[in-house]
Ligand binder design. Sequence first.
Ligand SMILES: [Zn+2]
Length: 154
Amino acid sequence: MTPRSYLMIDNSELLRRLPQLPITHENAAHYRGYFERRLLINRCQDCGHWHHPPKLLCPKCWSHKIMPTDVSGKGHVYLMIWLHQGPAAPGLDYTLPHPVVTAELMEQAHLRFSASVLGAAPTKLYIGHGVRLNWIMRGDAPWPAFELTGAKSN
Ligand SMILES: [Zn+2]
């Protein structure tokens, strides 16, 4: 079976496979990337500025030349919370605190992305800890999740 390109997923399939998300024209390319396990973050083609959440114009120079672009998925913990309850999802167990972090990605200062952290014990997770992106299956779609690396990454 040939892998399908994320561009092959039309809007109706995207909505069907990610029913819990508010898919819009601005963020559809970002979420289509999930199906290729690619974290696509909008980058301005005029000034090089990255921004997330996705917008149709650059918040720095107002250019409309925006391109969903792969990021490394590497960064460090900027903010962290432990969820004790939340929306039901396959594989989520709230009987133990569930770690979610906002990571600052290495591509640019202040470029941040939030996701669950896999296998993080409460005593091992701290602000500044290095993370890298991994993927889990949630329902009918790959879903980004971080895992801890050895130390602060930048
Ligand atoms: Zn720009």
